[in-house]
Ligand binder design. Structure first.
Ligand SMILES: Cc1cc2nc3c(=O)[nH]c(=O)nc-3n(C[C@H](O)[C@H](O)[C@H](O)COP(=O)(O)O)c2cc1C
Length: 209
């Protein structure tokens, strides 16, 4: 085996971003009560809010912006139990249906039902997959590029949510292990305003501390 040069990197600069990345972690023990709508708003703005210049805080292939964050609130202080859609353009929550629906959503996960339903809120990242698929249909590998971009954008949103939660000392975890068909059906019933052809791509549990 040939020897390889080792290039020492410059000294680490402990910036606020690196500190935040160092504080990010997945948490799965929830009390279901300590999250306030202030914290939820901060997380939503970090996940999908607008920049001061009108762009988005997360990148989007061809600037299509067809991913959304939908909220299943059960124990969020200052917010009635119900389902809500975050509108980044107006920076508001739009109500969908009333009531605590966390257990229905948690039961569509593969192994996480028991603790996931205890989080104050569950956030579902959805994508208008059919729009991405048809928009990128001519980019090889044909038929797959739209799906790939959806996963990538969901990753950006999830990481931003993780970082915002770390910043405010909230608890969160990305749950991507779920029954696709079951979660799709549940989310469709909980969010009647959701555009046709939308699909859940990520689920995050969010709680206070
Ligand atoms: C694509 C992806 C899917 C994940 N799915 C789940 C999941 O279904 N359930 C869960 O409890 N954690 C899930 N996680 C969280 C990982 O288990 C977690 O990130 C990992 O254990 C490392 O821990 P850390 O996030 O605290 O660094 C997922 C993470 C990623 C990136």
């Amino acid at each position: 085996m040939t020897s390889r040069d080792v290039i020492r990197l410059p000294a680490r600069r402990m910036t606020p971003l690196l500190a935040l990345l160092g504080a990010r972690r997945s948490t799965r023990s929830f009390t279901g009560s300590a999250l306030h709508v202030d914290g939820l708003s901060h997380v939503l703005r970090a996940g999908l809010g607008r920049r001061p210049d009108g762009g988005s805080v997360v990148p989007s292939a061809h600037g299509l912006y067809r991913l959304g964050i939908r909220v299943i609130a059960g124990g969020v202080g200052g917010l009635s139990p119900g389902t809500y859609t975050y509108s980044p353009t107006d920076d508001v929550l739009l109500s969908d249906i009333e009531g605590d629906h966390r257990a229905e959503v948690a039961s569509a996960t593969l192994v996480d039902e028991e603790w996931a339903q205890k989080a104050s809120a569950l956030l579902v990242v959805t994508v208008e997959l059919s729009v991405l698929q048809s928009h990128f249909h001519d980019q090889p590998p044909v038929g797959q590029r739209g799906d790939r971009y959806a996963w990538m954008e969901a990753g950006h949103i999830s990481q931003s949510i993780y970082l915002a939660a770390a910043e405010l000392n909230l608890r969160t975890v990305l749950i991507a292990g779920f029954d696709d068909d079951r979660l799709s059906a549940t989310v469709a019933s909980l969010f009647p305003s959701m555009p046709a052809g939308s699909t859940p791509v990520a689920l995050m549990a969010l709680d206070g501390r």
